[in-house]
Design a protein. Structure first.
Length: 304
């Protein structure tokens, strides 16, 4: 197999950090390091962490800054080969068979060679990621792998071993250049060690207060500076509570955007109560805030 193209790839950790920063992603050096090594060593990058911490965004920024195509495989329970890898265009094949019969073709081998050709092959994300591209190997995002069944995980392990797919009617389809693979998981279940061993691993944690403030400065630049600081402190304190689902960075951005749209310059109890559905996604958590926890946290924010 040909070696992956290095066109436009960062040549150092600092360049990798700059690439992410230029794409609007505020990363720490440890993430930039593992990403640089993943690109250099041609190994899939396995990103694990809570929902909303920015795992998927890394692949999007890579595709944008490297000028590569982003191919996303969104995993879910019951995902199978026909949805993830390929399937045949059965309707078009039936039309081809009927036209061949009408033309007097009755040779089975000849008919099969006609209908089982790439013309009728529908490429799903896995097979699409193995195709050659003039812009270089694509970014292949395998998103929320933990939602897929273990059987599909085992199949994916085979694909990532040699970057090839077997199509019985056509043979083996290999990637001329392996894609840049980013795998994410929210850790709703453990991924098998065999797949993890083929990857470089990084736990994407919630950012500290300063980095989250930097993120808001980039993502919601029109937010009032005082409001942005209060939002970050409030969210950081919420994550210390035993909530069913702590707010991620995505929710912080959404909340700051919503508050800015409402013309708010500081947090107050009424606004916090009215907009809590932007920040928290479970009724039990929202009820807890409305029962007094939200006011207590807000007071801590003001004191701080």
């Amino acid at each position: 197999m040909a070696q992956p193209s290095t066109r436009g790839l960062p040549q150092s950790i600092d360049e990798t950090l700059a690439l992410l920063t230029d794409g609007g992603y505020v990363a720490d050096r440890s993430l930039a390091t593992v990403l640089f090594l993943s690109l250099t060593m041609q190994r899939p990058l396995f990103l694990e962490g809570e929902a909303g911490v920015g795992k998927t965004e890394i692949a999007k920024v890579l595709a944008d800054r490297l000028g590569r195509k982003l191919i996303r495989l969104q995993c879910y329970e019951g995902l199978d080969v026909s949805s993830a890898v390929y399937e045949w265009n059965y309707a078009a094949q039936m039309i081809e068979i009927r036209m061949a019969e009408a033309a007097g073709v009755h040779d089975r081998a000849e008919m099969e060679s006609g209908v089982f050709s790439e013309k009728y092959l529908i490429r799903r994300p896995v097979l699409e990621a193995l195709e050659r591209s003039v812009d270089g190997p694509p970014i292949f995002l395998i998103d929320e792998l933990d939602r897929a069944d273990e059987a599909f995980e085992a199949y994916l392990l085979e694909v990532l071993s040699d970057y090839q797919v077997s199509v019985p009617e056509l043979g083996t389809i290999r990637a001329a250049e392996p894609p840049i693979v980013v795998i994410t998981t929210n850790r709703t279940r453990e991924i098998h060690d065999a797949l993890k061993r083929r990857c470089l691993y990084h736990w994407v944690d919630y950012p500290d207060a300063q980095r989250e403030l930097d993120i808001l400065a980039r993502k919601v630049p029109n937010a009032n500076a005082t409001l942005a600081r209060q939002v970050v402190v409030f969210v950081q304190k919420l994550r210390e509570l035993d909530l069913f689902k702590a707010p991620g960075v995505a929710e912080t951005i959404d909340w700051a955007t919503a508050l800015t749209a409402l013309g708010k310059e500081t947090l107050d109890a009424e606004t916090v109560s009215d907009t809590m559905g932007v920040l928290l996604k479970y009724q039990d958590d929202i009820a807890r805030m409305e029962e007094g926890e939200g006011v207590r946290v807000l007071e801590e924010v003001r004191v701080g």
